[in-house]
Design a protein around this ligand. Sequence first.
Ligand code: PLP
Ligand code: COI
Length: 354
Amino acid sequence: MNISFTQNPNPKQKPASASELKFGTIFTDHMFVMDYEEGRGWYDPRIVPYAPISLDPATMCLHYAQEVFEGMKAYKSPAGELCLFRPEENFKRLNRSSARICIPPLDVDFCIEAVKELVKADSGWMPEWDDTSLYIRPFIIATDKKLGVHPASHYLFMIILSPVGSYYPEGINPVKIYVEDNYVRAVPGGTGFAKAGGNYAGSLLAQQEAAKKGYAQVLWLDGNSHKYIEEVGAMNVFFVIDNEVVTPALTGSILPGITRMSAIEIMRSWGLKVTERAVTVDEIYDAGANGRLKEMFGTGTAAVISPVGELMHSGRQLVINGGKIGEITMKLYNQLTGIQFGKGQDDLGWSVKI
Ligand code: PLP
Ligand code: COI
């Protein structure tokens, strides 16, 4: 399929300093759009000027949240090349998310082509300050105009771009996380593994309450027993206990993070023991109390590698590594961002040139 291109005749003013890059608030001059109709498939891929879209008030995604999305980034290397990080993993995950809520799949290679074309068209928006990148947000919405609860037969696939700096105002400094034992994010058999908008709507109240108490995000526990650690709002989590790195196993209610998968591979390549298994919050507090919990960090496209300096669970505070970034966290941040920004050795071929 050929992607048609319409140049934006009215380009916007670009940000003048890194301090303007509040996560996900600035958008570039173009967007990618493609339609789907049952019986016809995906059609009319196009890059057009970034603009609002018009939707009938009865459009299904507005009522029943039949929507999925992805989050990925484009980076600029010191040599000036634009690169993506493991983009096929994002579109494979998009298809898994789609399958869970009855959205038809996309061709992974075509999606990567679409991202490359869009990033090329808006390459002038790639921020060049330290630790900044171009965030890429592909998403699909159901566009049938119907109020019956059924899978739609029309969809819109779009990709938008946003120049970003760090996700947390803390940057690479440790964040404080609230362990949520009242609300839950996902349950076995639900949609937790899918990057579906509805999961995020359900997380907002807990996040708002945690923010009021001074915490950056919540750490979700399992929906049945409220004992097992799952993930943070926009990150998977890892713990360094003694000399072992432990992360919750993917049970179906956790998002299988691409940064998580990459972090596991990188740390194993250093010879570290990395174990994916069930982890209870009590185990972490016990390990903290007897000095065995060395580090905790989160992984995510937006959040990169974020050290966690403090947990709060049922009124009990746990300070980790004196509230400072740990050695493994820092080394992982350096190796991962080295690959993403085309600065370090990329033995596994994760960085894809645009
Ligand atoms: N968990 C949740 C709920 C997320 O929204 C994200 C962000 O995408 C992650 C984990 C991390 O996933 P990834 O590393 O693929 O960005
Ligand atoms: C990402 O890391 O890409 C995310 O989607 C997290 C968040 C902004 C929802």
